[in-house]
Design a protein around this ligand. Sequence first.
Ligand code: HPA
Length: 265
Amino acid sequence: MNQAINFIQSKTTIKPEIGIILGSGLGDFAETIENPTRIPYGDIPGFKESTVQGHSGELIIGTLKGKNIVAMKGRIHFYEGFDIQDVVYPVKILCGLGIDKLIVTNAAGGVNRSFKPGTLMLINDHINFNGKNPLIGPNDPVGDRFPDMSYAYDRTLLDKVKNIAKDLNVAYETGVYMYMTGPSYETPAEVRMAGILGADAVGMSTVPEVIIARHRGVKVIGISCITNMAAGILDQPLDHEEVIRISAEVSGEFKKLVTGIVEGI
Ligand code: HPA
């Protein structure tokens, strides 16, 4: 890990305070970063490269609204066959670079029937339905053996984000994100179950990263772009092209919100 951190620090003098993980189709935000140093994942010791279309892998370190930030354009997923440790390795590096806040973003299916494709959902909690926890194993002394997850998505930051969204006139919902392994989309029965269990959205990422960030004391903001209604809610099949298309359509609002957040937190 130190090798990766040293490698990244040899490429830039910027010390990032905010990390951003850009989900499916949301990578465009990276283009707004000023003074960027771009490092392909393949160059960073220990980083694995995503195999998913719409997830090109690059670390971008730069500034935005006077803040030092590091963005991950693309992430790797458990469903690609990687070990859960490989999935969370990049977020350990972001934490190692010294960030104290992490903005995690993803594309997700809407379980809450009041949502529409294109809704931005501020995550206020999650359900880890993968069953795998990236902290399983010997305790990493950077954090507690049993980290508290009562406020996994920082309440003070969440309140700030809501105010920022209101000021910018960006519509949002709030809700619970449920993490499924994928890569098959859920069945309609699984989506009904998710709703009964308290989920507002389902997706295939984010939760392992949030667990690692919290273990390291990094405060988290989560944003889901609801790209489709989850399976069975509408009488139509789901497909990845649609996910990418809707996230691209929302990318203007998304960029506006994330830029406002970077400025305001
Ligand atoms: N389910 C899981 N992950 C997703 C979905 C979905 O419906 N849409 C985008 N990512």
